[in-house]
Structure formats: C-alpha cells, structure tokens
Design a binder for this molecule. Structure first.
Ligand code: ZN
Length: 457
C-alpha cells in the first residue's frame, strides 16, 4: 500500500490523498483549495495524477475543502464510483451546486469586465458537471464494511465533525489505513463523539488545532451570551460568519437552549444563506444520527430550526433588505472565513459601526479576510473598497468543529499497537507541535506530509 499526498499537506484546505492498493488507485477526498487568490487559482491546475487511472473516490465529509474539486475530476473524465456516507450524499448536491454557481458567477463577472485581447474565463465547473457527479455517488451507511473495488474494502465511522462526517478505514494488500477526515470536538452538540478506532498500519490524521486547546465549551457559551448582551446594549447588529453546514446548526441549537436567559425573542435572527434551508432539511432527515441530547432538544420547544423570530433568506433581494437594519439583528451568513459569500455585504455595512459585533466561531485560514479581522486589522479591503474596522471583533474558540490538541492525542491514543502516523490538514506550526507531543508520548515516528510526499506501508 502506497499513499501519495496531494493536498491539505501543510495547510488546511484542498484535502486529497491517493492510495495505491491491490493494484487499484483510490482517491481519498478531492477538496478545493481556499484562502488567498493564488491558492484559489491553483484549483484549475492539472491534477497531479492521471484522472483516468483512478478506480474509486471516497469522500470523508461535505465541506468544500474536502469535496470541491470532485466536479472538476468528473469534468476531466472520471467515471468511477464516488463513495460517501448517506447524509454526506444528501449534502453533496447542495454544496456542489452552490460551489458551481459561485464559479459560474465569478467567470461571468470577469468576462463582463474583460479588456479587449484578454482571454475569456471559463468557470472551474458548472452545475451541469455537478449533475454528472451525483449520478456516480454511492451512499454508504456508517459501520458497514464494503468492498469498493476488487481487493479493497472500506468502512466509514462517525467522525463527529459535521452531519455525515466519516473516518475512513481502508483495507487492502493485507494492510489497513485509517484516514481521520476532520475530527469533531468531544461533546459537540447534535453530533456523536468521534469513533475510537483501535487498529491500523498507517493513520492519516488531521491536525488543524494540533498546537492548542480550545476554551471550555461551557465558558464559551457564557461568553457568547455576554457578547449578545453587550451587543444589545450597544444597539448594533451581531454578525456571525459561519459555514452553512455545521456551526450554523450548532448556533441554532444554542439559541434554542438559551432562548429564555439570552432573551433571544427581542432579536431578529437571520440565516442569510440560499443553502441554509436545504441543509436544515437534510439535518431533519437524519435525526437518527443525532446524539441523545439533541434528539431530546429537537422534541422540545422551541425547535432550533424553527425559532419564532428566525428568518431564512434565500433570494438576493431578501438579503439586501437586511442591509437596512442598523441594530437588533443577529445575522448568520457564509462564508465561515469571510472569504466570500453574503457575509461580505453585511461586513461592508457593519464594520464601520461602533455598536456592531462580529463573532468568529470557526478556524480562520491564512490569507482570508476572517484571519485579518481576528488578527486585529484596523482597515480591510472588500470588493476593492477599504473599510475602517470600528466594530468589535470576537473569536469564540470553544465552538470549533475540530478536535483540539487534547482531542487529537486522545483519538490517536486509542490505537494499539501504535501505527505509523502522517499528519495532514494543518499548518506547520500546528503539526510540528502535535508531532512533538505524540512522538514524546508514544515514541512513534510522525511524517509531516507535503504535496508530493509518498509513504509506503
Ligand atoms: Zn471539515
């Protein structure tokens, strides 16, 4: 068994690993690179392997940095099966059609402004390409070992990161590989905790937060309540950049849980996302995957997805109307790293207002607007205009969708005997710290995979 690392190897986006096993080639994830303009442009590069040589694709979960280049793979000729968990299969069309719309919109805008002589821009892929992808998807249930191609079996285990997220166990050539995908944080609401796996010859583990521990969730929730209280006193709006899948549903869960004590009925709450309504439907179809606490919360009132003052806005006009509100609104919108999406318009309206609050609840990647704001920038550039930052910027660490250093160490700690370990999906600072900790505790050699790294097992 041989693994080639092609993405999210030294950074947190563009997850893609190629496994050569039993004479077959299996691609684990096919994600989009996100962040700086340069990184995003790299998505159009040729794949670092022969597309026609791939026999099967396995997707860990529905975040775009793990699935965003699948339509490109299909556009360039991949016709084989795409295996993923059932809930992820339901989320795929929502996520990929949105991604295609963004690509089509960007290309159209570029071509409209194009100067004479400049070549026409072609979208990375279109909604038509996504339709082909969906025909190739083969949903799998959790905890069921399945032959995906001759000589290769996989089993998906709940990773507790977002709905449908999976740890991939893969067998072939008498060896076993475990790919963590993105691992959730222990005790994350709605979802079950990441499954402990005991056996492997090689583990590919994410390391997003390999160098730090999150604040305690209970403290974080108190902090979130305090931010809402001070925002109410300041008379401004609260902006929460959040990915449509994962943090958005968790926020609504907390709003339902603290409906009374946070006096949420006095706010207007907007879920400003064309995708959010559809994602909520998928969550509603998969209550069986919720943990016991969430199943109880969803039976009670208010239902997190049906808060009485919650409005889900899908059209651009509805979204623009929110721009006129100067205070008393909680606006949840994507993208989570403020690198695009509707949150940009709300930031343009609100960043200059002293009473406004911006609350970051997830990881802010290098080169993103979110990272600049979190790092304390006083001026930021959005859509070619400069904006002074007068709003208060908050980072609430404990709501992360990712396991922290303790969580990653605990998950790897379940393996016995200790397998070889490659750290993926983390910036170098985070991976080096985690590699140091695990090396010291378990005495294993840890590979910090880079694009182009090959590992034999
Ligand atoms: Zn993820």
């Amino acid at each position: 068994m041989r693994v080639h690392f092609h993405g999210a190897a030294g950074e947190v986006t563009g997850s893609m690993h190629l496994v050569e096993v039993a004479g077959k080639r299996v691609l684990l994830d096919c994600g989009m690179c996100q962040g700086s303009a340069e990184m995003e442009a790299s998505n159009a590069d040729p794949f670092p392997f022969e597309v026609a040589s791939i026999d099967a694709v396995v997707l860990s979960h529905a975040h775009i940095d793990h699935i965003g280049r699948v339509p490109l793979l299909v556009k360039r000729g991949y016709r084989g099966p795409i295996f993923t968990q059932q809930a992820t299969a339901d989320l795929l069309p929502i996520m990929l059609l949105d991604s295609a719309s963004i690509a089509e919109g960007d290309a159209e805008r570029f071509n409209r402004r194009r100067r004479a002589g400049e070549p026409e821009q072609v979208p990375l892929y279109t909604r038509e390409d996504v339709k082909l992808v969906l025909e190739q998807v083969q949903p799998l249930a959790y905890d069921t070992q399945t032959k995906i191609v001759e000589g290769v079996e996989v089993c998906l285990r709940d990773a507790g990161h977002i709905l449908g997220s999976a740890i991939v166990e893969l067998w072939g050539d008498g060896r076993k590989l475990v790919f963590s995908g993105d691992l959730g944080l222990h005790g994350t609401p709605i979802l079950r905790d990441p499954t402990a796996v005991q056996e492997a010859d090689l583990v590919l583990m994410e390391s997003t937060y390999g160098d730090r521990n999150h604040r305690d969730r209970a403290e974080t929730i108190v902090e979130l309540g305090d931010i809402l209280e001070s925002a109410w006193r300041d008379g401004g709006n609260v902006l929460i950049p959040a990915f449509a899948v994962g943090r958005t549903q968790e926020l609504l869960y907390w709003f339902a849980r603290h409906w009374e004590d946070w006096q949420l009925s006095r706010w207007r709450i907007f879920l400003d996302s064309p995708m959010a309504g559809k994602v909520v439907e998928v969550y509603d179809h998969h209550h069986a995957l919720f943990d016991a606490d969430a199943q109880a919360v969803w039976r009670g009132t208010p239902n997190p997805f049906r808060l009485p003052n919650l409005r889900t806005t899908s059209t651009t006009e509805e979204s623009m109307a929110i721009n006129r509100i100067e205070g008393g609104a909680i606006i949840i919108a994507g993208s989570g790293m403020a690198s695009g999406g509707r949150i940009l318009h709300h930031l343009m309206q609100n960043l200059g207002r002293r009473g406004a609050h911006v609350v970051f609840v997830g990881y802010q990647g290098n080169g993103t607007l979110g990272r600049r704001l979190v790092d304390g920038a006083r001026w930021v550039r959005i859509h070619r205009k400069d904006f002074r930052v007068n709003a208060k910027i908050h980072t609430v660490g404990g709501l992360s969708a990712h396991a922290d250093q303790q969580g990653l160490m605990a998950w790897f700690g379940h393996f016995e005997p200790k397998p070889a370990l490659a750290l993926v999906h983390g910036e170098d600072k985070a991976r080096e710290a985690l590699a140091g900790e695990i090396g010291e505790r378990d005495g294993v050699e840890v590979t910090l995979a880079r694009p182009g790294t090959t590992l034999d097992v």
